[in-house]
Each structure stands twice: as C-alpha cells, then as structure tokens.
Design a protein around this ligand. Structure first.
Ligand SMILES: *Cc1c(COP(=O)(O)O)cnc(C)c1O
Length: 418
C-alpha cells in the first residue's frame, strides 16, 4: 500500500528501496531523537503545570494588555523550560532578528564593545550592527557601539583561548550564534556554550553572554539558559512556536536584562508591562506544548535526508549520525540544475502552494541569486519544511523543518537525484 502510494506521488521504485535502506541504517539515531523528545516534552508539561496555564486565560487581552494572565503564565513556563529567571514571549516581536536586536540595544550603550565569538553573525544582523548610510537607520555603530569578532576554529568549536585573550579589550557583551544559520560552519552544542561561560567567569569577566538561539530550541535536552547564558532570543515561527504560532518572538534570561530588552520593544518605563495578546494566547501555548514533538519530527527528517544522500554517494552535512545543535541540514547538489530541481520537488511535496514552481531570484542583500522552496501554512515559517540556498558552487541546499516526518521523507525521495 505504501509503495503504491509513493509510486502515485511520482517517486521511483529505486528511491523507495534506497529510502528503506537509509531508514533502517538510522534507527539508532531515531531512538536518540525520541529520548531527547521525551525528556523535553515532560519538561514542558511540568513547566506548564507549574505556571498554572489555564484555558480561561486564552481569551487574551486588547489595548495595553495589562494583567494578561495567559501571557504571564506562558512567559513563566518559557523561563522554567529555558532555565532562566524571566522570559518575554510576545506576538509583537515579529522576527528573530527583532528579538536579538532588542537584546543588543537593550543592554549595550555608547562606547561598549560587542564581541561575537562565533564569527560573522547571521546575515540579517549586519544592518543591526554595522554603520548605516548617514547613520539614519540607527544601527549599533550609529550609536557608538563598537564591534569585533573571533572566528570559530577549523573544527567549528569556540576558540576559547582567543576569547580569553580578547577579554583584555573589555567587551560588554559576548555574542554566540548556536545555529549554523546559512553558513558552512557547524552548530554549537549547549555544553560548548556552558564551557564558554565557565571559562569567562573563571577569567573574572562579567560580560553579558547573549545567545542567538534561533533553530536551537529543543534540539538538545538543555538550553543555553540552563548552562549560564545571560540572555537568549529566538523566533516563534521557528522551533518554540511548534508550527502553530502565527507570529512572535521571545527573549529569556536574567530578569533585569530581559526587562532592558523589553524597554526596546515598548518604551523605557513601560517595558514588559504592556503587550496585548490579541487572541493568540492559545496558539502560543499550544505551539510551545507541541514544540518538542515537532522539533523531533524535523530532526528525524534531517537525519533521513543525510542518510539518503550519503546512500546515493552525495554529500550531507551534518552526517546522519552526527550530534546536532540545530535543525538545519545541508545537502550538496553539485550543479545549478540539480539544485533548482531539488527545490522544485520539495515545493511540489508541500501541503500548501504545491503547484508553485520556485525560480532563482536576486534577493536584496545577497550577491548570488537565491532559490527557495517553502510550501508553508505560515509565511516564512522555517519550522515547516523549507529548502533554499544561494545558487553558486558548491550548489548547497539548506533543508530545515517539517511538521511531519513523512513529508520530509517523501520530499527527499522525490527531490534527491537517483
Ligand atoms: C532565522 C534566524 C535568525 C533571525 O531570523 P528572522 O528571519 O529575523 O526570524 C537569526 N539567527 C539565526 C541563526 C537564524 O536562523
């Protein structure tokens, strides 16, 4: 029956056999993913019980949003799960970049030094950090915040020696990007972030450690907050939104720092005290509840894609058995035609906009044309299956997300060269 169904979806016999082989090979990886999921799911359940999340508070608030019990309960559950004192979880934070920018502008002051210890931050942070034309955009540099970066070592690990040396320049904040983003580097594990914090404190530095946690949530059993990070930020149309959250972002960390970030979202003096939930409370809570489960689906999909590619003699990074710190899988297609064909096939195996055919286009801010497949319920939601990348050698696609493993599996079977 399943074989017939695959054939009907246009997947050739050879791909079905290859998929069976790949899936058998990664059975132990699935077991590991399920063990992580179980622990994370129980942690979320426990936190929601502690926070007394209540159906009667899902109606939410309007206007200023004072005394929104649903919002307060969810923020308390986030803080518990992420191992932090406080959290701000708001639909008014419309992107991960916004959540991160709130942390940067909330904490840093003119003359301060921001030190990235994971090389160049994610592309959308460029204009947040660097000087703008005529200073009109009001970037960090426009306000006199200085910036420096330390590259990751060749094996993708943090260069702790270089970080300790750089403490002589008295950075006010250390910036850590957990996920590989759209770069060739690997993701960091939470324990590596923990080791960084310990090293820092041992060296007597009280610099604020900010973690860009986008794509990292629930991939491991610990979050950066539990290993000493001072502040972390992410997007609700990625992991912690569980695929249900239609918009939103979060900041979690030490209470005073979260409040400073909140002052950039609203205004100094008002901070976290206003913020209507506009009827979104139920989806935000429900999405958070489902997040460990959905992230596990993504991870299974990514491991399958890696194994399937390897089985066909193609390059996948990370490999199927490698430990992961985010949900991103890169797959090397080798030439433009194969790359575009791959993205078109992924798009066609989507529940939404399956009839659309992606074309490479000149996306603002990118040197090369970019091709993107995203048949998603929520615009730009990359916890849903999406595949994209700049059309240039080595013609590498970034595959991430998948609300259900079955879709990722079928998409890869249809899309990968046989
Ligand atoms: C997605 C992402 C961001 C922010 O993205 P938005 O599109 O603004 O939500 C920042 N850093 C990393 C590593 C990301 O993956």
């Amino acid at each position: 029956m399943i074989r017939e169904m695959y054939l009907r979806l246009g997947i050739p016999e050879r791909a079905i056999e290859r998929a069976e082989r790949a899936q058998r090979r990664i059975a132990p990886v699935f077991e590991r993913i399920e063990a992580i999921r179980e622990l994370n799911q129980l942690r979320v359940l426990e936190a929601m019980r502690h926070a007394r999340v209540s159906e009667s508070a899902f109606g939410g608030s309007t206007g200023y949003g004072y005394d929104d019990r649903g919002r307060e309960a969810l923020e308390s559950a986030y803080a518990e799960v992420f191992g932090t004192e406080a959290a701000l979880v708001r639909p008014q934070i419309a992107a991960g970049t916004q959540a991160i920018a709130m942390c940067l502008f909330g904490v840093l002051r003119p003359g301060d030094l921001l030190l990235s210890v994971t090389g160049k931050p994610y592309d959308t942070l460029d204009s947040v950090i660097s000087p703008s034309q005529g200073g009109l955009a009001g970037s960090l540099a426009d306000f006199g915040v200085r910036y420096a970066q330390i590259e990751l070592r060749d094996d993708g690990s943090l260069d702790l020696e270089a970080v300790v040396l750089a403490l002589g320049t008295r950075p006010a904040m250390l910036y850590v990007q957990k996920s590989r983003g759209y770069a060739g580097r690997r993701s960091l594990r939470t324990r590596e972030i923990g080791a960084l914090v310990s090293r820092l404190r041992a060296a007597g530095s009280s610099a604020v450690v900010l973690v860009d946690n986008c794509y990292g949530e629930f991939v491991e059993t610990e979050e950066p907050g539990s290993v000493g990070a001072d502040l972390m930020a992410g997007s609700l149309i990625k992991n912690p939104g569980g695929g249900l959250c239609p918009t939103g972002g979060y900041v979690a960390g030490r209470r005073a720092l979260v409040e400073r970030a909140a002052s950039r979202l609203t205004a100094p003096g008002i901070g976290s005290h206003i913020g209507p939930t506009l009827g979104l409370s139920r989806l935000m809570a429900q999405g958070f509840y489902l997040a460990p489960h959905i992230v596990a689906e993504c991870l299974k999909g990514a491991a399958f894609a890696a194994a399937y590619f390897e089985d066909g003699g193609l390059v996948a990074d990370p490999g199927p058995f490698e430990e992961r710190g985010d949900i991103i899988q890169t797959l090397t297609l080798g030439d433009e035609k194969a790359m575009v064909r791959f993205c078109r096939a992924v798009q066609s195996m989507s529940p939404v906009d399956s009839f659309v055919s992606p074309e490479p286009w000149d996306m603002p801010g990118y040197a090369d044309p970019v091709v993107m497949a995203a048949g998603t319920f929520i615009q730009g939601a990359s916890l849903e299956l999406s595949a994209d990348g700049p059309v240039r050698p080595p013609y590498r696609v970034f595959l991430q997300g998948g609300l259900v493993y079955e879709q990722v599996k079928a998409a890869v079977m249809l899309a990968a060269p046989v």
